[in-house]
Design a protein around this ligand. Structure first.
Ligand code: GDD
Ligand code: MN
Length: 244
């Protein structure tokens, strides 16, 4: 029952950036290459939060190279956090599908055609990349980081039984109208946001497909996930547990 993609389909890729000047040229090049090969219509929306390393200037140069219709810049003046960066980006998206991914090359654009194919096969509302099924995996994380991720997934699985294997990952494809409804339903704004989105998707009876992905730790720059984000995650999880 494969569903043919409509010729009007367009994919808006949201790329939040904070100090990603080394990574941005390569991720954008890979995205442009992938979409040029697959032939799907797309736009990349870069949401830079006033990165002190000059990420925005690099993004402007990339816009000159690839065109204003393909690279859309929606910067904010200062670091306001990942969750609100997505909300800001989606407001400007012209596609009927939204792809959310990290800009630091941990999420490889080569998986996107599989996301699209999986979505089309069952008309899924959400397709989530998963590190915890099939050929999925994590590379380059130390034991502590793996433990935190596994632990967060495990505890959430037990508490909320969401029926998806990777709750804290953010490499996903959404129907835009579905993403709007999920954002409206979500209360958290920090890193816990990823997890809440998938929990809410289940609650609202949206269908979720999964694609195994390999997550490779960044080579350039540093993770912005620190102790505060972990505390925020635990608080958010408990709030969800208490309220859902
Ligand atoms: N605009 C904006 N504002 N972008 C941000 C901000 C912010 O405040 N904080 C982080 N980013 C961007 C980064 O530049 C990167 O493109 C992406 O968001 C992810 O940030 P990282 O700092 O690289 O996150 P991570 O690698 O530690 O965490 C990843 O794995 C987590 C657990 O699986 C991300 O995919 C998380 O979303 C995920 O929860
Ligand atoms: Mn990262």
């Amino acid at each position: 029952m494969a569903q043919k993609s409509s010729t009007k389909d367009k994919y808006s890729i949201l790329l939040p950036t904070y100090n990603e000047r080394e990574n941005l040229p390569l991720i954008i090049w890979l995205l442009v290459k992938s979409f040029t090969e697959s032939g799907y219509d797309y736009e990349v929306i870069v949401i830079d939060d006033g990165s002190p390393d000059g990420t925005l200037e690099i993004a402007q140069q990339l816009q000159d190279i690839y065109g204003k219709d393909k690279i859309v810049l929606k910067p904010r003046a200062k670091k306001l956090g990942l969750g609100t960066a997505y909300i800001h980006g989606i407001k400007h998206a012209t596609g009927n599908f939204i792809i959310i991914m990290d800009a630091d090359l941990s999420h490889h654009p080569k998986f996107i055609p599989e996301f699209i194919k999986t979505q089309q096969e069952n008309d899924y509302d959400v397709v989530s990349g998963t590190r915890y099924r099939g050929t999925g995996g994590v590379y380059g994380w130390d034991f502590k980081r793996k433990l935190i991720s596994r632990g967060a997934n495990y505890v959430t699985q037990i508490l909320l039984r969401p029926g998806a294997s990777d709750l804290t990952g953010s490499f996903r494809l959404y129907k835009k109208d579905v993403l709007h409804k999920l954002i409206d339903a979500c209360v958290s704004k920090g890193y816990v946001f990823q997890m809440e989105m998938i929990i809410r998707a289940r609650q609202l009876n949206y269908t979720i497909g999964e694609v195994p992905i390999t997550f490779v730790d960044r080579v350039y720059g540093e993770s912005k996930l620190g102790g505060n984000e972990i505390i925020g995650f635990v608080k958010g999880l408990l709030t969800l547990f208490a309220t859902t």
